[in-house]
Ligand binder design. Structure first.
Ligand SMILES: *Cc1c(COP(=O)(O)O)cnc(C)c1O
Length: 405
């Protein structure tokens, strides 16, 4: 391990081999890439796993190829379990984070009754909230949104007070798609456990960015995607479901993989989290996702988080000093996603002009996290998400380019 890349003005406090990460990701030479909250750049080992498997499928057919890579596919469950501190049997591999989340949510929703409620937060992700709204319409539940505290993160005392005997779920987005906030996941887990209410954490933006220990967090479900900070293949996601919750929880859909038709009048559901999967899956992605998780673990998620905190802190400092730029990240503990707006320029204009200089950022519209945008009266935002393979020079380049706009 080295301290930062050679020639890097690293502050020298974070143990990440930036040179190795960059050598494994040749595309960093073509651009300064800050869109890790959209889809991260896959490192070469992930790309190679995908290519190898697709080649194998082309040569011997998809079924034979799947059989041949069975050990690697199984290893993916183990790798994710290592990352989350759970058992491989508590992991389901699905197409994306939304499917993972819906398997957990709609499984609970099918038993909800009029007057039941779901407690959530202001930073909740659009797709999740749309599912709550559907369940209001179809099952007569209530959505209870916990307010934020003065720092712009969920007010824990208020949330605690809102959970009652009709609460069927606490659902929270760990890191919103549109900002630097890190929600206090473990503190909410304590409340959920004390009240005996299932807890579903949307960790889509935190997987690959922060250490995630489901025992410490105390969640029953955790959903995430492969393609963002984990730098895995598109079309991959996973769900953690605890053994305890699986004693009673059933997914909304079962097929001949998630269940077995054991007699003409009877099926048996898989005892493990495989019950949340479908039979058909993107096998190259399954293998590639495991490689991506191993790759992240080879750097260490605590180390990745520490380096990202330095880079993001540096970026916030630089952007905050620019006339006309307003930083928009909330919360006490902030992550790698840096959001900002500009007094005179639209986010699309900013993103396009940065792209002309080979600097890649994303944008965020109010529809992604509407309650957050409306409660803070936010305009559309630029999203620049650093990751451990970014250099301090790239951060300076981004800030200088915004300054020159
Ligand atoms: C991107 C995102 C999702 C959706 O992930 P998919 O893999 O596209 O389904 C869910 N929640 C949050 C917070 C996200 O940022």
């Amino acid at each position: 391990m080295t301290y930062g890349a050679p020639g890097d003005k690293s502050k020298g406090t974070v143990m990440i081999d930036v040179a190795r990460a960059r050598a494994d990701t040749p595309a960093v030479e073509d651009q300064a890439f800050f869109y890790n909250c959209g889809a991260g750049l896959m490192p070469d080992p992930v790309l190679k796993a995908l290519h190898d498997h697709l080649d194998l499928e082309a040569r011997i057919g998809g079924y034979a190829a799947e059989e041949q890579v069975e050990p690697q596919a199984q290893a993916t469950y183990a790798s994710i379990a290592t990352m989350l501190n759970c058992a491989p049997e508590e992991i389901a591999l699905v197409e994306n984070a939304t499917v993972a989340w819906c398997q957990a949510f709609y499984g609970l929703a099918q038993d909800m009754k009029p007057g039941d409620n779901v407690v959530t937060v202001i930073a909740e992700y659009a797709s999740n909230f749309i599912s709550f709204l559907r369940t209001v319409k179809r099952r007569g539940i209530e959505i209870v949104v916990a307010p934020n505290d003065a720092d712009g993160q969920v007010d824990l005392e208020a949330l605690d007070g809102l959970v009652n005997d009709r609460t069927r779920l606490i659902a929270m987005t760990h890191i919103p798609t549109s900002g630097g906030l890190i929600s206090p996941a473990a503190e909410v887990g304590k409340i959920a456990r004390a009240k005996g209410v299932p807890y579903l954490l949307d960790a889509c933006q935190s997987a690959g960015q922060l250490p995630l220990d489901v025992q410490t967090i105390g969640c029953d479900f955790l959903s995430a995607t492969g393609r963002k900070f984990l730098r895995g293949p598109r079309g991959t996601g996973f769900l953690y479901a605890s053994r305890a919750i699986m004693e009673t929880h059933e997914p909304p859909v079962l097929d001949l993989h998630s269940a077995t038709w054991v007699a003409p009048d009877r099926y048996e559901m898989q005892p493990t989290a495989r019950r949340y999967e479908n039979w058909e899956f993107y096998v190259a992605g399954k293998v590639g996702l495991g490689v991506a998780v191993d790759y992240a673990l080879s750097f260490g998620l605590a180390e990745i988080a520490a380096r990202n905190r330095e880079l993001a802190g540096d970026l916030r400092e630089r952007l905050g000093a620019i006339d006309g730029v307003t930083l928009r990240d909330a919360g006490r503990d902030q992550c790698a996603i840096v959001t900002f707006s500009h007094d005179r320029l639209s986010v699309d204009e900013i993103a396009a002009r940065l792209l002309e200089r080979s600097i890649v950022i994303g944008t965020s519209a109010p529809e992604a996290t509407r309650l957050d945008f409306e409660s803070r009266a936010l305009p559309p935002l630029c999203r620049a998400a650093v990751h451990y393979l970014n250099t301090e020079d790239e951060v300076a380049r981004l800030a200088d380019a915004v300054s020159a706009l």
